[in-house]
Design a protein around this ligand. Structure first.
Ligand code: TXA
Ligand code: MG
Length: 328
C-alpha cells in the first residue's frame, strides 16, 4: 500500500482549490498529476501554461467511478464497457467520443476525450469530495520525467501549483495505458501500467498497436520523459563496456546495470542496479532517472528490458528518454 499522508482536511482543501479554479497536484497509482476542474476552461488553460505544454496536446479527464463515464462521452462501445469494468479504478485510459461537458480546451480541439478512473485512495477521495471531473496531465514540465513522489512535484513545479496532495510514492510508476476505443478494433496509443496481455485476455481478441498514432500524442514525440542527462541505449552485455568508455572520455556516467549481470561491477559516477522484477523496475524508473540527474550525471547508459508485460511500457519510456532532443 502507498504511504498515504494526505488527510481529510487536505482533501477538502484541495477540492476547494479546484472549485475556485486553482491547480492541485494529486497522487495517482501511476504518476502525480497536475489537476484542474475539467469543466473550467480558464483553469485548464493554466495547466498548459504551467507545464509549458502546447495547447493542442489533449489531457486526460479523471473521474470518480466507471458509472460516471456516460456523463462525459457520447457513447460507450462494448469493448470500452468491458475494459472499464475490469481495470477501473486502475492505470488504464480510454479514448472515446467527447460529450458536451468536456471543453475543447481539455481535448486540444479534438472530438475525442481520454478518460480514466485512477486507482489511488487519495485521488478517489479528492474526486468524491470535488464531485466533478479533474483534467490532469503528469505534473512535470513538458518533455521531462514524470514525478512519482510529492517531493518530485515540488522540485519540478514549486509555487506554480496551488496545492500539493501527498499520497506517498506511486505504486505503478509509469503512466496509464491509453486505449483508443473509437475505431473498429481497440488500439493501444501508449503502453503503460495495464499490460497488453491483460487487455487482450479481457477482450478475447488482439489489440492494434499502431507504430505512430494519427492523433497528436505528446508521448509520441521522439524525445519525451527525458532526464537532463543524455540517455544511450545499448545491448545488455554492452552496458559496462560502453559506460567505461564514456567515462574515459570524461563523462559523468550513470549506469543502469541490467539484472542479467547481478555480480557485475562498473567504474562509473553513479550506478543503478535495475530490479529483476518488472513491477519494481516500473515503480523505480523515473526516480532512477531523476536521482542520476541530481547526482550530476551527464550521460546515462542503459539497455531495454524484454518488451512483454510491463517491459513494453518501460522500453517505450527509455526509448523516448533516449530520443533526439529538440535543438534550442
Ligand atoms: O497515468 C497517467 O495517464 C497520468 C496520470 C496523472 O493520470 N497522466 C498522464 O497524462 O500521463 P499526460 O498528459 O502526461 O499524458 C496523457 C496522454 C497524452 O499522450 C495525450 O496526448 C493522450 O493522453 N491523450 C489525451 N487525450 C487524447 C485523445 N483524445 N486522443 C488521443 N490521445 C489522447
Ligand atoms: Mg506526461
Amino acid at each position: 500500500m502507498a504511504r498515504v499522508t494526505a488527510n481529510t482536511i487536505d482533501i477538502e482543501k484541495a477540492a476547494g482549490v479546484l472549485r475556485a479554479g486553482g491547480l492541485v497536484a494529486l497522487p495517482t497509482e501511476t504518476v502525480y498529476g497536475l489537476g484542474a476542474n475539467a469543466e473550467d476552461p480558464a483553469a485548464v488553460a493554466r495547466i498548459f501554461q504551467v507545464k509549458g505544454r502546447p495547447p493542442s496536446h489533449p489531457l486526460i479527464v479523471h473521474i470518480g467511478g466507471a458509472e460516471q463515464l456516460d456523463g462525459w462521452v457520447q457513447d460507450v462501445p462494448r469493448a470500452a464497457r468491458l475494459l472499464a469494468e475490469h481495470f477501473w479504478p486502475g492505470p488504464l485510459t480510454l479514448v472515446l467520443r467527447r460529450g458536451p461537458r468536456v471543453p475543447l480546451e481539455a481535448t486540444g480541439g479534438l472530438e475525442t476525450v481520454a478518460v480514466r478512473v485512477p486507482g489511488h485512495p487519495v485521488a478517489l477521495a479528492l474526486l468524491a469530495a470535488f464531485g466533478g471531473g479533474v483534467t490532469a496531465p503528469s505534473a512535470n514540465r513538458f518533455g521531462q520525467v514524470s514525478p512519482t513522489t510529492a517531493e518530485d512535484v515540488r522540485a519540478e513545479l514549486g509555487d506554480a501549483v496551488d496545492f500539493v496532495l501527498d499520497g506517498g510514492p506511486c505504486e505503478v510508476g509509469v503512466e496509464s495505458t491509453i486505449v483508443d476505443v473509437t475505431g473498429e478494433v481497440p488500439s493501444i496509443l501508449r503502453p503503460g501500467g495495464v499490460t497488453r496481455e491483460d487487455l487482450e485476455a479481457v477482450l478475447g481478441a488482439p489489440l492494434a498497436v499502431p507504430a505512430t498514432s494519427p492523433v497528436r500524442v505528446p508521448g509520441q514525440h521522439p524525445s519525451h520523459y527525458a532526464p537532463r542527462a543524455r540517455v544511450v541505449l545499448v545491448e545488455p552485455d554492452q552496458v559496462v563496456a560502453e559506460a567505461e568508455l564514456a567515462r574515459e572520455r570524461g563523462h559523468h556516467v550513470g549506469v543502469f546495470l541490467p539484472p542479467a549481470f547481478p555480480g557485475a561491477t562498473v567504474e562509473a559516477h553513479a550506478v543503478v542496479r535495475v530490479p529483476a522484477s518488472m513491477p519494481a523496475y516500473a515503480r523505480g524508473l523515473y526516480g532512477f532517472l531523476r536521482r542520476l540527474d541530481e547526482q550530476g550525471c551527464d550521460l546515462i547508459v542503459a539497455s531495454l528490458p524484454v518488451e512483454e508485460g510491463l517491459g513494453l511500457a518501460i522500453a517505450n519510456r527509455l526509448r523516448r528518454a533516449a530520443g533526439p532532443r529538440p535543438t534550442v
